[in-house]
Design a protein around this ligand. Structure first.
Ligand SMILES: Cc1cc2nc3c(=O)[nH]c(=O)nc-3n(C[C@H](O)[C@H](O)[C@H](O)COP(=O)(O)OP(=O)(O)OC[C@H]3O[C@@H](n4cnc5c(N)ncnc54)[C@H](O)[C@@H]3O)c2cc1C
Length: 378
């Protein structure tokens, strides 16, 4: 087992880091900035071949590996936290479901603009009655001739107010196997965005109402067995979520240790207090473990896709390690950390959200325990 990156990966990391450094002078993300989508950085990523990094060349991707995508996301996230959302949107999120299941028309009309940095697709899974219990979703899709008609409602659509397209998970029938997904452009007749709302991190989200939205059936991504098929791909989104949690934890860790070196109180520097040094040692251990679990999940693939249990372990662990780092760093910075314009405030709120988004840490634990006990039931 070799824990070192190869020369190509080292070069990719340096290139992604350099790009982020040219666009983010420091890791502070204001409340206002948190609500914007980094469109300009999407275009920069596209210009530097960092969109669809591991998608196949046939659909306009770069033909790299999932680990390459993780490394770019990590490198950008460690420099400019908010810029990492552009890497996520063009490599890990709804874009993956579109690339995997979209036909030629969807590739041309939706995927290529996303990879070019001019379009954004977000994921419409959650509904009032279906969050963790996704199979309870009620939005319906019906194929009528050459069209598909979608009706229902969605909520918590991250970046929904900025999106040009939504991947709407919907039911094509009443059975568990009848869940699928349809790409719905934001300007489709019958689609209404709810008012723009904010998560605690400042990111915007909105609800969606779909009233008989009619689209060509080419826009259907999956019409049956979606829970299994789409979840396989959604595990890549989860790795993006976990990578940012880990990377943001590293940013918080760096800020905390720099502060401990600079800050003097009662004639001592914070870095001389053993109680604080042990906190830092604990965070270092947890962040290193998170990175290794993430790299395992990104490299040990089965049939080209992440192994679900490795993904769940990496997600839950990185989510909690990232949040612990942000939380402890904020504590170490005292009152200065708890101000609106502190970089730590954004990192704290953002890492907290990932313990809920993309499948809660409790649901990941359910998945892990299921794997542990598989075949042992009496
Ligand atoms: C920052 C953020 C971004 C999001 N972005 C999107 C998005 O872009 N698109 C989208 O569709 N959704 C999005 N969501 C919604 C998110 O996917 C859901 O909030 C999440 O799946 C949980 O669903 P819920 O809120 O309905 O909570 P519930 O499912 O009602 O769960 C409530 C609590 O009970 C726990 N729980 C539930 N079931 C079990 C169980 N079986 N065992 C143990 N504990 C359980 C949960 O872990 C949670 O703590 C986002 C959420 C956040 C916070």
């Amino acid at each position: 087992m070799d824990f070192r990156l190869n020369p190509d990966q080292d070069a990719l990391v340096a290139s992604a880091r350099g790009l982020a450094q040219r666009h983010a002078q420091d890791p502070t993300v204001s409340w206002e900035e948190a609500g914007q989508f980094p469109w300009e950085f999407c275009s920069e990523l596209a210009a530097h071949g960092m969109t669809g990094i591991d998608l196949s060349v046939d659909v306009g991707g770069g033909g790299g590996t999932l680990m390459d995508s993780v490394l770019v996301l990590e490198s950008v996230g460690r420099v400019g936290p908010h810029l990492a959302d552009a890497v996520q949107a063009t490599n890990f999120g709804a874009v993956r479901q579109i690339a995997k299941f979209g036909g030629d028309r969807v590739v041309d009309e939706v995927l290529k603009p996303i990879l070019g940095g001019s379009a954004l697709a977000t994921i419409g899974m959650s509904e009032p009655g279906g969050g963790s219990a996704l199979s309870s979703l009620r939005t319906r899709a019906e194929v009528r001739g050459g069209d598909v008609v979608v009706s229902g409602s969605k909520l918590f659509n991250s970046n929904g107010p900025h999106a040009t397209h939504y991947v709407i998970w919907a039911r094509f029938g009443d059975g568990r196997d009848d869940i699928g997904a349809v790409v719905v452009p934001a300007d489709t007749a019958g689609l209404t965005r709810g008012r723009t709302e904010r998560f605690l991190s400042g990111e915007v989200h909105c609800g969606l109402t779909l009233d008989e939205c009619k689209l060509p059936s080419d826009y259907v991504l999956v019409d049956h067995d979606g829970m299994r098929k789409m979840m396989t791909i959604f595990n890549i989104e989860r790795l993006g979520n976990a990578t940012r949690a880990y990377a943001f934890g590293e940013v918080a860790f760096k800020l905390a240790t720099e502060y401990m070196v600079d800050r003097e109180t009662a004639g001592s520097r914070l870095q001389d207090f053993q109680g604080l040094r042990w906190k830092i040692a604990d965070l270092r251990m947890r962040l290193d473990a998170a990175q290794l679990l993430l790299y395992r999940a990104a490299t040990e693939l089965r049939d080209g896709a992440p192994v679900p249990v490795y993904t769940s372990i990496a997600k839950a662990f990185a989510n909690e390690a990232g949040f612990d780092a942000a939380n402890e760093a904020l504590q170490i910075a005292g009152g200065y950390g708890f101000t609106e314009d502190s970089a730590l405030a954004y990192l704290f709120h953002r890492t907290r959200g990932w313990m809920i988004a993309g499948g809660t840490v409790e649901m990941q634990r359910n998945r892990i325990a299921r794997d542990v006990f598989r075949g042992m039931e009496s």
